[in-house]
Design a protein around this ligand. Sequence first.
Ligand SMILES: Cc1cc2nc3c(=O)[nH]c(=O)nc-3n(C[C@H](O)[C@H](O)[C@H](O)COP(=O)(O)OP(=O)(O)OC[C@H]3O[C@@H](n4cnc5c(N)ncnc54)[C@H](O)[C@@H]3O)c2cc1C
Length: 596
Amino acid sequence: MQTHQYEVIIVGGGGAGLMAALNASRGAKTAVLSKLYPSRSHTGAAQGGIGAALGNLEEDHPEWHTYDTVKGSDYLGDQDAIEFMCNEAVEAVYDLEHFGLPFSRTPDGRIAQRPFGGHTNNVTGKPVRRSCYSADRTGHMILQTLYQQCIKNNITFYDEFQVFDVLVANGAVAGVVAVDLATGELHVFQAKAVVFATGGFGRVWEITSNAYAYTGDGVAICLRRGIPAEDMEMFQFHPTGILKLGILITEAVRGEGGVLINGEGERFMERYAPHVKDLASRDVISRAIYMEIRDGRGINGKNYLYLDARPETINKYAEADGRTRPDGTPYRVTGEEILSKIPDIADFCRTYLSVDPIKDPMPVQPTAHYAMGGIPTDVYGRVLVDDKNTILPGLYAAGECACVSVHGANRLGTNSLVDILTFGKHAGLNAAEYVKGTDFQNLPEDAAGFTMAQIDQMRNGDGTEKVAELAQEMKREMFNNVGIFRSEAGLKAAYKKIQELRERFTHIRVQDQGKIFNTELINAWELGNMLDLALVVTESALARTESRGAHAREDYPKRDDANWLKHTLAWLKDGQVTLGYKPVTITKYQPKERVY
Ligand SMILES: Cc1cc2nc3c(=O)[nH]c(=O)nc-3n(C[C@H](O)[C@H](O)[C@H](O)COP(=O)(O)OP(=O)(O)OC[C@H]3O[C@@H](n4cnc5c(N)ncnc54)[C@H](O)[C@@H]3O)c2cc1C
């Protein structure tokens, strides 16, 4: 077993991890550990853009961005953190520009911006152009740009190192334990500070836009070490995944004028959100789609609808809406213009559906997309371990695995890329600052013991259960009973099922005894993580007897501020979930009913 020593260890090489690494490495000896080669991280899949009130095409202000985010969060977001993020967003975008990111441009050379769900002009209530983009490859460009900066700055990477455990000694962080996937060897990294930036966990659900790697490792590792997870019941379903596959069709398609059409040929969002229609926030649209399908208005009565981005459709509804270009002329598009704005989406549709999006409508259904909840942190990325916001010295988290909370019960499109840049940066800066005044903790004697025990267990079961089957059953159960709509009966059934699957998991047996890229072992361990998170999500959702943001209870259809304007904290111990709560920070905006 090899041992290494770094002042700061970053776990994850996506947008949040790379931002943290760039900023930490300026002041401390830093290394990044990533289970994927960094440029394969899910940040690279982000299409639509990054929200910042640059005001390049029309009036906009960080205050408006703040208010939209508070409202979008259904008032569960912490308003101090949201204000902090929206103010920083503008600089974050200019930082990327200076790093060399090739943004799409306006004719006069400024960064182009387009409308996105939930982002509005606060005076008129109409959609505002706030999303900065690079065609439909914004995340890809961010990831490449940040990775190039890291290489330029000689940051040390341990690629394809999967972290299994975080070590804590004397009440402070002591390091992490990782498996080198190429050799199967265990490595112990002694560190004064550890930043988790491990992304989300959408793979818990059957239909998802998330990458295979989205198995919630960071949150699960922390749960096993007694750290709670916050607001785990808040999981976003994106309205437009490619039918059956879940692959995302970005909201930018609707930003460019695409509309949702039901089986009767109706643009039904006019009924649900008369002001912003197809650009209402995601929770609202996913529920609307679900209800249309439930009421028999899916395409041919089936469980999908159309996203229509044909130029004639866009132009028809743009005319009906009175939509104009920035110079005041009517908004009209050609097929070529549409294709130039969404080239990758067009490719996906041709490849996976044999559909040409400027000639045919795209069949879509909601897809599990984004974790609003995660490891509780403050705006400096410091992990908070209880309802009194007690800090665990040396432990940081940023990006989708963290819950600051800026997204509350529902994230607005384009706000995750802002989140990873802002809080990745501050976690990195603060970790580097913290290590200056701190010594290394002595590593516990059997530093890799807990990791070994987990691996042994997966190798020594009686082999009567199969990982792939358990995974499939979990995903289906979660999609059906802990999905867009929830009820007490469904959640209780899901809880029982997940507990049953967790018991059956103790019977799996990894057959591959090899050390080199033992993906069977890794997949099994990741399923263990997902089962832990599935349990925590379900129990948190069962307790919350109200509907707020992405959490829609059929048996409690109303938001209940008197009882539920609070964050959930969930601990997992000996297979049982314990819940606690902490208040939401409200500064300027008192909760109101959301009207779109
Ligand atoms: C299809 C899609 C489109 C999206 N589009 C947008 C958009 O247009 N705008 C927007 O704002 N948001 C968008 N999002 C959301 C946003 O892209 C993500 O939330 C964000 O990029 C997550 O960044 P991250 O750095 O937290 O995680 P990631 O970029 O996923 O990085 C996670 C890293 O953690 C590493 N890791 C995980 N577990 C371990 C472990 N055990 N050991 C070591 N390393 C580990 C991985 O190797 C990876 O490098 C989209 C998401 C999806 C899925």
